[in-house]
Design a protein around this ligand. Structure first.
Ligand code: TMP
Length: 212
């Protein structure tokens, strides 16, 4: 049995780290074998690409270079981690995936969805996540949470309007693909957020057992 591919998405400061830990605990409690990974990153080479992408720099990074670096890391990550683990029956829990490219490079940087879709097909073939949880908070709240945390990386240095576009990009993806995507209101209390995540996971798990 092939494993399931779950991705977690959202703008800055939505609480991905805490909630990914919660999802790992849920997977463990269900007795499911899994790997947790992230994008950009997830292999030594892809982590180096991540560092290149996130480092603040004086040189302006052109949109095409940024987009291709995202997909270069993703190709490596798919080849070395995601595909082999799914193939072996493990579940893969990934902190961000190609929806982030549609949201950040597409909606945020105004790059064409068609171009992203072409690269998506070249790099991924038919592979898409089985379930995507989109953690959603108003942009100001997320940025406030993120700024309390650490020095801003190259993306976090963007203006509020950029993140507003990114958030709208995610909400549009969720509307277009309601079978796969669940939007979680992450401005609620942590207990309520985790309750909603658990509900989504249980529903997905039951449905995936029915189709076995
Ligand atoms: P994070 O993992 O700390 O959220 O940082 C990763 C950053 O990379 C985040 O600002 C979103 C950005 N990103 C993209 O712009 N496009 C992508 O395809 C991915 C995976 C991430």
């Amino acid at each position: 049995m092939r494993g399931k591919f779950i991705t977690i998405e959202g703008t800055e400061g939505v609480g991905k780290t805490t909630n990914i830990q919660y999802i790992q605990d849920w997977l463990q409690a269900k007795g499911l074998s899994f790997v947790a990974t992230r994008e950009p990153g997830g292999t030594p080479l892809a982590e180096q690409i991540r560092d290149l992408l996130l480092a603040p720099r004086e040189e302006l990074v052109c949109n095409t270079a940024e987009l291709l670096l995202m997909f270069a890391g993703r190709a490596q990550h798919l080849d070395q981690v995601i595909e082999p683990n799914l193939e072996q029956g493990l579940w893969v829990l990934c902190d961000r995936f190609t929806d982030a490219t549609y949201a950040y490079q597409g909606a945020g940087r105004n790059m064409s969805d068609n171009l992203i879709a072409e690269l998506e097909t070249i790099v991924q073939g038919d592979l898409r996540p089985d379930l995507t949880l989109i953690l959603d908070v108003p942009v100001e709240l997320g940025l406030k949470r993120a700024s309390d945390r650490s020095e801003p990386d190259r993306f976090e240095q963007e203006k509020t309007a950029f993140f507003q576009s990114v958030r709208n990009g995610y909400l549009r993806i969720a509307q277009q693909d309601p079978e796969r995507c669940v939007v979680i209101d992450a401005s609620q209390s942590l207990a309520s957020v985790q309750h909603d995540i658990q509900t989504a996971l249980e529903a997905f798990w039951l449905a995936s057992r029915d189709t076995e």
